[in-house]
Write a protein that binds this ligand. Structure first.
Ligand code: FPP
Ligand code: MG
Length: 293
């Protein structure tokens, strides 16, 4: 699908900021910095940073400070992919069209590269050039979303523990909202907080982010069934092979498509008070359920 030019403009700005914020490959110890850079620059779509920057743009014309939380979110996302691919978790050889971090650098460095990225994320948020109360609010928001209570790590635990078991709709919703939607929600809210949004706006964007993040994971489940490994840059068909708790497994493909669209519509409705100021967030939301990779 053809994307509006602001996607590519943001991607270029985000990649330049990631390059500035990551230690050089030559920084001691070079092995870990090489591994961290390898995975960050392996070709991700940069969805979370783009959501962060475009949420900031609703409240401020200067979105440069938002590049800090934007990059922090990409660091956390990349750490989660590195660890998710480890033999002890999903055990995958291919990610973003390349060998996974542990295939390229060995398990020990892959674990530590993930740890390094997670730590760098919080250092990066702490250095955001905004008043301290804003960066503190962003830290709280992102740490919660990445954590164990309705956050990414908790969702990942539930995801692993649901393998090869009958899963009900409630548990499936918990897994998707925690494993994936929480970090996407934090991408939106951290951009808004960075740009000085008030409590009501942050609450509204939290609902938008959570709902579009949920739709994003339903779409991810659908793509795992419908697309090839070459298209996805990761091993397709794995959810079925590992008997994962997914929307297609519980609801079937047709209903899963409907659910993703219903969630996207619900998310986009939250943006109505912003009218044209939210047109980019609306386009990102549409892309997240129409994407094929
Ligand atoms: C693909 O994102 C990633 C997801 C759909 C999230 C899946 C959740 C995890 C792997 C959580 C793992 C957590 C731990 C703690 C190990 P994307 O399509 O944006 O990927 P891209 O950046 O490669 O484009
Ligand atoms: Mg997984």
């Amino acid at each position: 699908m053809k994307l509006p030019p602001f996607f590519e403009e943001n991607r270029i700005a985000v990649d330049a900021a990631l390059d500035r914020l990551l230690p050089a490959e030559t920084t001691q110890p070079p092995s870990i910095h090489t591994a961290m850079r390898y995975s960050v620059f392996a070709g991700g779509k940069r969805i979370r940073p783009i959501l962060c920057v475009e949420a900031a743009r609703i409240f401020s014309s200067d979105v440069t400070p938002a590049l800090h939380p934007a990059c922090a979110l990409e660091f956390i996302h990349t750490y989660s992919l590195i660890h998710d691919d480890l033999p002890a978790l999903d055990n995958d050889d291919l990610r973003r069209g390349k060998p996974t971090c542990h295939k390229k650098f060995g398990e020990a460095l892959a674990i530590l590269a993930g740890d390094g990225l997670l730590t760098l994320a919080f250092e990066t948020i702490g250095a955001t050039p905004v008043p301290a109360e804003r960066s503190a609010a962003i830290l709280t928001e992102v740490a919660g979303a990445a954590g164990t209570v309705k956050g990414m790590v908790g969702g990942q635990v539930a995801d692993i523990e649901a393998e090869r078991k009958p899963v009900d709709a409630k548990m499936l919703e918990y897994i998707h909202r925690s494993k994936t939607a929480a970090l996407i929600r934090a991408s939106v809210t951290s951009g808004a907080l960075c740009a000085g949004a008030g409590l009501d706006d942050v609450a509204r964007l939290r609902r938008f982010g959570e709902t579009i993040g949920w739709a994003f994971q339903v779409t991810d489940d659908i793509l795992d069934v419908e697309e090839s490994s070459a298209a996805l840059g990761k091993t397709a068909g794995k959810d079925l092979a590992q008997q994962k708790a997914t929307y297609p497994a519980v609801y079937g493909l047709e209903r899963s498509h409907q659910i993703a669209n219903e969630l996207a519509t619900k998310a986009i409705a939250e943006l109505s008070p912003y009218a044209d100021r939210a047109s980019r967030l609306r386009q990102i939301a549409e892309f997240l359920v129409l994407r094929r990779t």
